[in-house]
Write a protein of this length. Structure first.
Length: 125
DNA sequence: ATTCTAACA
DNA sequence: TGTTAGTA
């Protein structure tokens, strides 16, 4: 099938399907004319990729996790290092959350100290 | 009509 | 990630 069909069936944009391929996540065959030719197996793989992408995982993480997924749920198979990798992802998110909280309080502080604006019609009178 | 690669007011 | 260009 062509890229347009797997796109609608997987929910991944054509743009991203090409990007993931460039990243080595999906390897569809090519027709004589150079068009990507996807198989049913590719559709299942694409659905798994979609799940991981929606979880906010990076392409690098997907490379590690995809081989450990059995169903498109995804259900993870106890591969070696799988637990460590998932824990690593959670650690990264915890780091980002901490950074964002610092940023939030900083900006909230600017907002709290902001002088009250006087309406133009009043300041001119 | 669709897809392909490359590139960015 | 979108979008556009010029093809196949």
């Amino acid at each position: 099938m062509q890229i347009g069909e797997i796109s609608q069936r997987s929910g991944i944009t054509v743009r991203m399907l090409r990007f993931y391929e460039a990243e080595g996540l999906l390897r569809p065959h090519r027709t004589d004319s150079g068009y990507r030719d996807y198989s049913e197996a590719d559709v299942e793989e694409a659905k798994r990729i979609k799940q991981l992408a929606d979880a906010g995982l990076t392409v690098e993480a997907m490379h590690d996790l995809l081989p450990c997924i059995i169903s498109p749920k995804p259900t993870f198979h106890p591969c070696d290092r799988l637990r460590a990798r998932l824990e690593g992802e959670v650690a990264k998110l915890d780091k980002r959350l901490a950074d964002m909280e610092r940023s939030r309080s900083q900006i909230a502080g600017y907002l709290a100290d902001l002088p009250v604006e006087v309406p133009a019609v009043m300041s001119q009178e």
